[in-house]
Design a protein around this ligand. Structure first.
Ligand code: 4GS
Length: 247
């Protein structure tokens, strides 16, 4: 899968793609990362990419001509790609959107803004606006990198064979269950007995229950209709929590 970033700061993208799992995926040819810099499409000798906003106000706005020229160049390289502009006003990224991008196998052109934002007229060349959350950053590069990172995990071979993106938190619809490794006792805190006795049916049940408990306590909005088994586990959890409150 190909990810093309439209950015004034390609070094930020290249540096982020040069480590760990994404680097390995690039080296293995599973992921291709490239950048197009709108500054290369600026018409004047100062290579200006921003200007003051009509109507006044603080900050600078990205000029439409170099942005659209960069998007056109990107579309020539990747004609079938989906063009996504990173901005706080877009649809908020969630795991279901990540999976939608991954399963479509469509290459992604990720348009990164800087300064106050884009000239509104560029959105005619964009398929969709996407946000990574309700907060404001200095640039769209980190959000675009988040999109690539989350999508790349679903490309077969990117995670080692030990890990599977579809079994992860959120893809299961629940928060993560607690994980432990050696030593058995750390600072007097023991790894739960059930994880050490090798009974995989009991381990699966414990993990499902802990995932349900974490979700019920911290993100009850994620719990939809529960099947019979999960409903029974959640009833147990609520009873235990009541017991802990009253005891
Ligand atoms: C986000 C966000 C963002 C908005 C970029 C102000 C610089 C900045 N982009 N999700 N101009 N949150 N962009 O904050 O995607």
């Amino acid at each position: 899968m190909k990810f093309l970033f439209i950015t004034l700061f390609p070094e930020q993208i290249e540096q982020a793609a040069g480590h760990s799992i994404i680097k390995r995926a690039v080296d293995a040819g599973l992921v291709e990362v490239s950048c197009i810099n709108p500054r290369d499409f600026a018409a004047d000798r100062h290579r200006t990419v921003d200007d003051t906003p009509f109507g006044g106000g603080a900050g600078m706005v990205l000029k439409p001509e170099p942005m659209v020229a960069a998007i056109r160049a990107a579309k020539t390289k990747l004609p079938a790609a989906r063009v996504i502009a990173m901005c706080p006003g877009g649809r908020t990224l969630r795991q279901s959107i990540v999976e939608e991008y991954a399963h479509s196998k469509q290459d992604l052109i990720l348009v990164c803004g800087h300064y106050e934002g884009f000239d509104e007229r560029i959105f005619g060349w964009v398929d969709e606006k996407l946000s990574v959350g309700d907060y404001v950053l200095t640039g769209g590069e980190l959000p675009a990198l988040i999109v690539m990172d989350a999508v790349a995990r679903f490309i077969p071979g990117v995670l080692g064979k030990m890990a599977s993106a579809v079994e992860d938190s959120f893809s299961t619809g629940l928060l993560e269950y607690p994980q432990y490794t050696r030593p058995v006792t750390f600072e007097g805190i023991e790894v739960p007995e059930v994880l050490r006795n090798g009974n995989h049916a009991l381990i699966d049940r414990w993990r499902r229950k802990e995932a349900l408990k974490a979700t019920w306590l911290r993100r009850p909005d994620l719990l939809g209709e529960l099947n019979k088994t999960d409903a029974k586990l959640l009833a147990e959890i609520k009873q235990e929590l009541e017991g802990a409150e009253n005891g």
